[in-house]
Design a binder for this molecule. Structure first.
Ligand SMILES: NC(=O)c1ccc[n+]([C@@H]2O[C@H](COP(=O)([O-])OP(=O)(O)OC[C@H]3O[C@@H](n4cnc5c(N)ncnc54)[C@H](O)[C@@H]3O)[C@@H](O)[C@H]2O)c1
Ligand SMILES: [Fe+2]
Length: 383
């Protein structure tokens, strides 16, 4: 395989395992922190109080922000950053799902770079070095704790956009599967499907490399073995641990290989119709795989093998169909709503097709060349 010139992002320091979040204060001190900007999701109940106590017991000053909104809007990030800047915080700690971690990444950028965030749209556009960020994920979905981008929603433009590069990612990720135990079944299911989508799109998209492949295939194996168990037996620590490792590995995979058409359709579904990111991806994923399979049958079959399917003695077409059917079945088992069930109106399809074709960067990485008519057909099927 002759590689084009490429750069590989490898993840921050990862502290992984049950109970590891109790070391958060010591880890913050390793970065010379004195005043921590503690950004967390209110939905976590009492748990953040315990984290704040650990920080204070370790002699750290703590400033809290918890007004997190899913699909985090730029205004919220800018408001939070102003609070942190005025208080001279020197380290950011995020505890929550992708929405919280992405908010903290936006804040980290704005602590040392002027607002508005939109001017940094793209990769490598943030100029000034930023203070350290530690993330503790409480969903096993986005992998944001190990990726070099933040996904920001611009409500006034009905769009999501990415800001990425070397000054954006976390310095450390603390991945503690015990914190995932309270995650409700529907959120476990939809965020887990986001992680599976990352791994499948990273493995089948145009920018896949031998490094991203290793992470993607192992992630597919871990996630497909544990997602149903983690959803319906939430206290199963082994399943929670495999989901957390799988989502993290999928994050490394797509940080290097990018995602593809499923995400190009899911982003405008979230920005225009308010769908959760995971649910939007899950509703569209099997249709995009069905559409892509004719141009990447071997890789589609590899996905099936990693999922544990027996594809021996099947033709290539039959094997690909079996892989796609397995994703349909998974969606059914996880009770993922169709676009119609999720409240999407068909009248928005035209805008979503337009966004996916003209604005969404992942479309160019899709293995099959995409037309507007193809996107519309996928949306009609997923309805
Ligand atoms: N930066 C990246 O690399 C990257 C990658 C993929 C997606 N994203 C972005 O991440 C966001 C989605 O993040 P997400 O899927 O993790 O969901 P989320 O952070 O929006 O959380 C989903 C819901 O679950 C709740 N929740 C989270 N943890 C919980 C817990 N332990 N117990 C109970 N409730 C809990 C939240 O309050 C929220 O209502 C989207 O904006 C998406 O675009 C970012
Ligand atoms: Fe995603």
């Amino acid at each position: 395989m002759l590689m084009q010139q490429r750069m590989f992002n490898l993840p921050p320091v990862i502290h992984f395992g049950p109970g590891v979040s109790k070391n958060v204060g010591k880890i913050a001190l390793e970065y010379g922190a004195k005043k921590v900007f503690f950004i967390y999701d209110k939905a976590l109940g009492e748990m953040p109080k315990g984290i704040a106590k650990i920080l204070k017991d370790d002699g750290l000053e703590v400033l809290e922000f918890n007004e997190i909104v899913p699909n985090p809007p730029e205004e919220m990030m800018e408001a939070a950053a102003k609070i942190g800047r005025d208080a001279n915080v020197d380290l950011v700690l995020a505890v929550g799902g992708g929405s919280t971690i992405d908010t903290a990444k936006g804040v980290k950028v704005l602590l040392t770079n002027p607002a508005p965030l939109y001017q940094y749209f793209g990769m490598g556009t943030v100029k000034n070095p930023t203070p350290p960020l530690i993330a503790i994920p409480t969903t096993s979905g986005t992998g944001s704790e190990v990726t070099s981008m933040t996904i920001i929603t611009s409500p006034k433009n009905s769009r999501k956009y990415a800001v990425g590069g070397r000054h954006v990612p976390c310095e450390a990720a603390i991945a503690d599967p015990e914190l995932l135990i309270p995650l409700p079944a529907p959120v476990t299911a939809s965020t887990g499907m986001d992680a599976l989508t990352h791994a499948i799109e990273a493995y089948t998209c145009k920018l896949a490399t031998p490094i991203s492949d290793i992470f993607a295939i192992k992630a597919i194996e871990l996630i497909s073995n544990s997602l149903v168990k983690a959803t319906y037996d939430g206290e199963n620590l082994e399943a929670r641990s495999d989901m957390l490792m799988g989502s993290l590995m999928a994050g490394v995979a797509f940080d290097n290989a990018m995602v593809a058409l499923t995400h190009s359709i899911a982003h405008p579904l979230s920005a225009r119709c308010g769908l959760g990111h995971g649910a939007a991806n899950a509703a569209v994923l099997p249709y995009v795989m069905e559409y892509n399979a004719p141009v990447c049958p071997e890789r589609t079959i590899d996905v099936g093998v990693a999922m544990g399917l027996n594809l021996q003695s099947l033709s290539r077409e039959e094997a690909c169909k079996k892989v796609v059917d397995a994703i349909f079945d998974l969606n059914k088992t996880l009770k993922i709503p169709t676009l119609k069930e999720a409240g999407v109106q068909k009248s928005v399809f035209k805008d979503i097709v337009n966004d996916a074709m003209t604005y969404e960067p992942p479309t160019q990485f899709n293995p099959r060349k995409v037309t507007a008519a193809d996107v519309l057909a996928i949306l009609e099927k997923a309805y």
